[in-house]
Write a protein of this length. Structure first.
Length: 224
C-alpha cells in the first residue's frame, strides 16, 4: 500500500510539473483528462482539431506527444523559410508524424519520407498521416548500412528510442532487443526515385557521421 501511494504521489507531482504545457497546448479539459489518466496509470488518445488542418491529429496522453506537438505547432520550432520550396523532405525519426504533417501543410508540393522504427510510434504515424497524400511512412531507421539494427529505449518515453548496431547491448541505457531495418539515405533515394533531398531532419544522440551516406548529386538542409 505504501509503495502504491508513493507511485501515486510521484505521478501526481509529475503531471503538476507539466500542467502548464498541457493547459497551454490542449486546454483545461484535455489537460485535466490527461492528468487523471496519468495519475491512474492508464492512457488515452486525444483527437486534436486545428483550423489550419483539414483532418484531426491524434496524441497519446500521457506521453511525449503533447510536448512534441507544442514544440512543432505552438512554438514553431521547425519553421523553415527556404528561398525555394523543397521538393523532397526526409524526416528521420518521425515519431508520430507531427513534423512531417507540419511541413506537408507548409510545403504541399513536397514529397515527404517519414521514417520511424518503433512499432507503436509507427502505428500512430500511419494513423496521423493517413489523409496526407504527400507523406510516405516507412518503418525503418536511418543508418550507415542497409542492415538490421537494434532499437534501444533509454527511458525517455516514446520520443527517445535509439538505434544501435545489432548485438551491441543496451550499455545501461534501458531495454533493447527489438530489431528493425536500418537503411541508408542512398537506399531511400533509390527506392523512392529521388535525385535530391532538400531538407533532412535527423535527431540522434549518436555521431552524425555514422548515419549519413550523402549522394554527391543531392543537397540537404539538415536540422537537429
Amino acid at each position: 500500500m505504501i509503495e502504491k501511494c508513493k507511485i501515486f504521489v510521484k505521478r501526481a507531482l509529475c503531471i503538476i510539473a507539466q500542467c502548464g504545457t498541457y493547459i497551454e497546448t490542449l486546454g483545461c479539459f484535455a489537460a485535466l483528462r490527461a492528468g487523471l489518466r496519468y495519475v491512474s496509470g492508464s492512457s488515452a488518445v486525444l483527437k486534436i482539431h486545428r483550423p489550419d488542418l483539414a483532418f484531426p491529429l491524434f496524441l497519446r496522453v500521457p506521453s511525449s506527444d503533447v510536448p512534441t506537438y507544442k514544440k512543432i505547432f505552438v512554438d514553431q520550432e521547425y519553421r523553415l523559410d527556404p528561398k525555394q520550396a523543397p521538393a523532397v523532405i526526409v524526416d528521420a525519426g518521425a515519431n508520430i508524424g507531427l513534423a512531417s504533417i507540419y511541413w506537408a501543410a507548409r510545403f504541399p508540393q513536397a514529397k515527404i519520407i517519414a521514417l520511424e522504427p518503433e512499432a507503436s510510434n509507427f502505428q500512430m504515424l500511419k494513423r496521423n498521416t493517413s489523409q496526407v497524400g504527400n507523406i510516405i511512412p516507412v518503418c525503418a531507421a536511418l543508418w550507415g548500412k542497409n542492415e538490421e539494427v537494434e532499437l534501444v529505449d533509454p527511458g525517455s518515453g516514446k520520443w527517445g528510442f535509439l538505434a544501435q548496431k545489432k548485438g551491441k547491448g543496451a550499455e545501461g541505457c534501458g531495454l533493447s532487443g527489438t530489431r528493425v531495418q536500418g537503411v541508408t539515405l542512398d537506399r531511400l533515394m533509390a527506392d523512392y526515385g529521388l535525385n535530391r533531398v532538400d531538407i533532412l531532419k535527423w535527431i540522434s544522440r549518436v555521431p552524425r557521421k555514422r548515419f549519413l551516406t550523402m549522394p554527391q548529386r543531392g543537397s540537404t538542409e539538415s536540422m537537429r
